[in-house]
Design a protein around this ligand. Sequence first.
Ligand SMILES: Cc1cc2nc3c(=O)[nH]c(=O)nc-3n(C[C@H](O)[C@H](O)[C@H](O)COP(=O)(O)O)c2cc1C
Ligand code: SF4
Length: 402
Amino acid sequence: MPRRQGPVIFSGIERYAAFKKALEMDRSAVLGEVKDSNIRGRGGAGFPVGLKWGLAASVQAEKRFVVCNADEGEPGTFKDKLLLTEYPALVFEGMAIAGFAIGANKGFLYLRGEYRGLIPVLEKELSEIRKEGAFSKKDITGKKAFDFDIEIRLGSGAYVCGEETALIESLEGNRGEPRNRPPFPVNTGFLGYPTIVNNVETFAAVPHIILKGAGWFKSIGTEISSGSKLISVSGDCEKPGVYEVPFGITLREILKMTGAGDTKAVQVGGASGTCVPKREFSRKIAFEDLSTGGSVIIFSRKRNMLEAAENFLRFFEEESCGQCTPCREGVPVLLEGVEKLRKGECSGKYLDDLLSLAETMQCASKCGLGQSAPNAFVSIVEKFKNEYKLSKKRGKERVFNG
Ligand SMILES: Cc1cc2nc3c(=O)[nH]c(=O)nc-3n(C[C@H](O)[C@H](O)[C@H](O)COP(=O)(O)O)c2cc1C
Ligand code: SF4
């Protein structure tokens, strides 16, 4: 059973009251409220939600779609599972409000394959919504003025399918591989129609914004990062679990809250995130500092950070879809580098080459997977220099042969 601190936001609100309120507002007023709240996506990248919705709404199209990204594949993240288990109505309500705001009648919940056990709970909630007609509006003549329905689709265990364009490919029944962008899904998404893809937590926050107002939302967090964030805390601490915290909380405060002692590092943002050493524990969870989808992994002094780097890279080696060279070929080279570092066989020159390769991957990979795959490696070799010794021998080896 997860532990929780708070709640700051996810306190009970009357079921579907926000959707009813949204229906009484003009579409543009709903969009305006979401924009004014300054809410940014909770899945990790932090794209402004109001801007995304506004772009999808502004494209001329016959249909539009709303997609809830419940793939939750980032190692160390489990907060969306909690939301879907305990607050499914809130997530669906946020999707319906999005549908009303952008002019979409259909939504998909793309559910991580491993979470298939949640389907009965989610379907039960959806059948109650349909029975009550909770997401429909009739005009004064009794005709339907708006209705919104949600279908659940199951992923099959590929991490890359959490990337929004790969997710859309998968929804269309194709192999889940990232698309080239542009065009972006807000223009050309599911079946070529404007589509918004948002994280579970993003949708769950929206009913609160509509009911309590943008000003209330902005009163929590920092100037740049409004509201609260769910974090999934795991690793070396006494009280792992899901916590709701205001943006701006420091790592030191999180460690205290979760009963962590003897901590030497915190990996923020999962395998694709960054590893923070003790001397930087005053850093904040916020888009302007440590941006994260919510994974916080705590490492005590007994952990070997090169082993951690290797673990994360093995994950990417397994999950790379193989479409583009920097990611497909770069990850195994970084893995070789970690092995050399562990054996003390890596020269300073070789390490420089690895860091330059990492930079190329961050710039030239086609999607966020390859762009973020070197992050943990880079932060560990740069910030945990006492964990390895460079070889004095001037190595002849090159990162790439040929
Ligand atoms: C490899 C990869 C995996 C991702 N997995 C997820 C995921 O499981 N859930 C999620 O919400 N976003 C994930 N994202 C980010 C999505 O592409 C997208 O930015 C997000 O769903 C947008 O929602 P938000 O703006 O509400 O955060 C992933 C991105 C990449 C590159
Ligand atoms: S970066 Fe990796 S996961 Fe993304 S398209 Fe390229 S090979 Fe596939």
